[in-house]
Design a protein around this ligand. Structure first.
Ligand code: PRX
Length: 635
């Protein structure tokens, strides 16, 4: 039932999932361990806005399904292969039995430190096994994990900790990234000056970097682990109890905490993982995404473990010690399924071809792409040089809010065409909407991408502010989940994702709201006002272009320009982190505004894209001359 093996299966299952979703998903859910079965499969169906329950009344613990359930058959099978940043450091392998023990021990440490069911625990850790273990340990005791990507700044951590009202943090002394070591604990210390709710900080000793330990608040994880029990009963959780919060950017300045719950997320992660990648028992599967992003949650950790698979965690970067590292790791661990982002492919394409041609890559069977549209050139390079023409590529479209993959080829089964995500998965009913909210029928059409009807992995709420969830996703087009993306359905009914239709930019597969970056830029003492837009970037997909008005007007000397720009970058790094640094900064004397004071972003986007000839009607602007200045000073 829950495994599609042929195109005919796909069509049958798709029909079944739409005509009788309750029966379809109940059959999928049968395979799991439940403390108590559900009273109903689906509930809510987005009415009132955003309401959705799956498997209500059921009780379970997702870690029993990731770990305990596999012990009898797969106890000695590898669950995790850890490849460290430095290839000279020995890799680590954990069997299901070993991972089970380590998760139980970490869960006992959490309990000993006062973590209870429902408490929020923020994890700010490098991509090391302890991150995976900590995530699972939280789930084991029923705590809500909130992983914050270890590239975010102290301010960004503090915002998230405070929004989640987290009392517990797990972090590390430092992280290794390429040739560098980057302190981590000190960033947490800086954040915690702004976080009165935090009671306890557990610190993983990873690199040996010196840290300050605050008496009464901070403890070394290795000290806490001494003598703890090797088993820990799994806390029974209600199907709709929250499992995790993951912060993501939208069109307002403040990132929101997307909440996923237990049972629906579990069934969705497992179903989508096994079917999209067509996973077999002996696969070695590698998703390169950090666990700090949703891709790392669903396809680095939960999906593979639910399926009893072997997942590879990689601490490093694709270019260290050389741009052949990905391919070296694939050969070293005989990776069969490889899932990465177009930005990584494009950055490797730009290096000498020998970096990839000197590896055999003969173990590979399936390739995946995620995070942004993959351009045809990158698709063909990936197919030819990595997949050697023999591996199907799955271009998987989904979002933090959807919990798992929504539109994608099923490897080797449904059509995989360059620059198309493809057909919807069973259970997913995409529609294209016109501006007035009517459904656009037929093929060869373009519109706003929305989803009709609930699916098990849909976002349940935004932490602490349910109305925000309703307003962002469910009230723009009542009865639908609104994705914020535009899409085209081609002549064969395959979906092609065009990109965001809101003020969100996608930089190397990471989402930022333009307002969020503007807020950060405006923290610089030099800045009066700013406007940020995305523009096409060869490697990152989109780059960040900032138009900034400085106090005292446009600086006239090089040194003043440099000072202002450095201060702007510093402000973004402090507020969000290095990952949101503007690629281009243009200092301007004014911004194109309508008479009512609204910034005409359309014009700014066109200038950033280099389309300075076709700016459209500028006569309604308060000061049309400002456009000439902006065009003349374009970076
Ligand atoms: O615009 C789409 C783009 O990434 C957005 C979701 O970002 P995030 O929640 O950070 O999740 C990224 C990983 C799932 C979407 O709204 N996006 C994601 N995957 C694709 C994509 N755009 C085109 N093709 C994809 N395969």
């Amino acid at each position: 039932m829950s495994r599609v093996r042929t195109l005919e299966d796909y069509h049958t299952d798709y029909r079944h999932s739409v005509e009788d979703p309750d029966a379809f998903w109940a059959a999928c859910a049968e395979e799991f361990t439940w403390h108590k079965k559900w009273d109903s499969v689906r509930g809510g169906e987005f009415s009132p806005a955003g309401a959705s329950t799956w498997f209500a009344g059921a009780e379970l613990n997702i870690t029993e399904n990731c770990l305990d359930r596999h012990l009898a058959q797969r106890g000695n099978k590898l669950a995790i292969i850890f490849e460290p940043n430095d290839p000279r450091t020995r890799h680590l392998r954990l069997t299901y039995r070993e991972l089970h023990t380590q998760v139980c021990q970490m869960a006992n440490v959490l309990k000993k430190n006062g973590v209870r069911k429902g408490d929020r625990v923020v994890l700010y850790l490098p991509m090391i096994p302890q991150l995976a273990i900590a995530v699972l340990a939280c789930a084991r005791v029923g705590a809500v994990h909130g992983v914050v990507f270890a590239g975010f700044s102290a301010h960004a951590i503090a915002d998230r900790v405070n929004d989640a009202q987290a009392e517990f943090i797990i972090t590390a002394d430092a992280l290794e990234r390429g040739a560098k070591q980057i302190p981590v604990k000190s960033v947490v210390d800086e954040a915690l000056a702004l976080c009165p709710s935090v009671r306890r900080v557990l610190v993983v000793e990873h690199t040996g970097w010196p840290v300050d330990m605050r008496e009464g608040r901070d403890a070394w994880l290795h000290d806490e682990l001494v003598g703890v029990e090797k088993t820990c009963p799994a806390e029974p959780m209600a199907a709709e109890d929250p499992l995790f919060i993951l912060y993501t950017s939208g069109s307002t300045g403040k990132p929101k905490g997307v909440v996923h719950s237990q049972a629906g997320y579990m069934v969705w992660a497992d179903y989508t993982f096994r079917n999209v990648f067509q996973v077999e028992e002996n696969d070695v599967y590698w998703c390169t995404a950090d666990i700090g992003w949703v891709t790392g949650h669903t396809y680095g950790l939960y999906g593979p473990l639910l399926a009893g698979g072997t997942t590879l965690l990689f601490e490093g970067v694709p270019t260290f010690p050389s741009a052949g590292r990905f391919w070296e790791v694939i050969d070293k661990h005989h990776v069969t399924i490889f899932y990465t982002a177009p930005t990584a492919i494009r950055s490797l394409m730009a290096t000498p071809i020998d970096n990839v041609l000197s590896y055999s890559l003969s173990s590979l069977r399936v390739l995946g792409s995620v995070g942004e549209p993959i351009n045809e050139e990158a698709w063909h390079w990936y197919h030819q040089h990595v997949g050697k023409g023999r591996c199907p590529i799955v271009d998987t479209w989904w979002q933090t809010e959807t919990g798992g993959i929504m539109i994608s080829a099923l490897a080797g089964i449904t059509p995989s065409v360059p620059a198309r995500a493809g057909l919807p998965l069973p259970g997913v009913q995409p529609v294209l909407l016109a501006q007035d909210g009517s459904e656009i029928e037929g093929n060869d059409q373009e519109g706003y991408l929305a989803i009709k009807g609930s699916w098990p992995g849909v976002i349940r709420t935004t932490w602490g502010d349910h109305e925000r969830c309703q307003q962002t996703y469910f009230t723009p087009y009542p009865g639908y989940y609104f994705t914020g993306d535009g899409a085209r359905r081609d002549e064969n009914g395959l979906y092609r994702i065009i990109g965001r239709v809101d003020d969100v930019i996608n930089v190397s597969g990471h989402r930022f709201g333009t307002a969020e970056i503007e807020n950060a830029i405006n923290q610089s003492e030099y800045v009066i006002e700013s406007a940020v837009v995305g523009y096409p970037h060869d490697v990152k997909g989109q780059g960040i272009y900032a138009y900034v008005i400085c106090a005292g007007g446009v600086p006239t000397t090089d040194i003043d320009v440099q000072r202002a720009e450095a201060s702007i970058i510093e402000a973004v790094v402090a507020e969000i982190g290095r990952i949101a640094k503007p690629d281009k900064i243009q200092l301007v004397s004014g911004l194109p505004k309508t008479r009512s004071g609204k910034i005409m972003r359309r014009i700014l986007r066109k200038v950033a894209e280099g389309e300075t000839q076709a700016l459209g009607d500028t006569t309604t602007l308060l000061d049309p001359l400002v456009v000439d200045e902006i065009v003349a000073g374009r970076k």
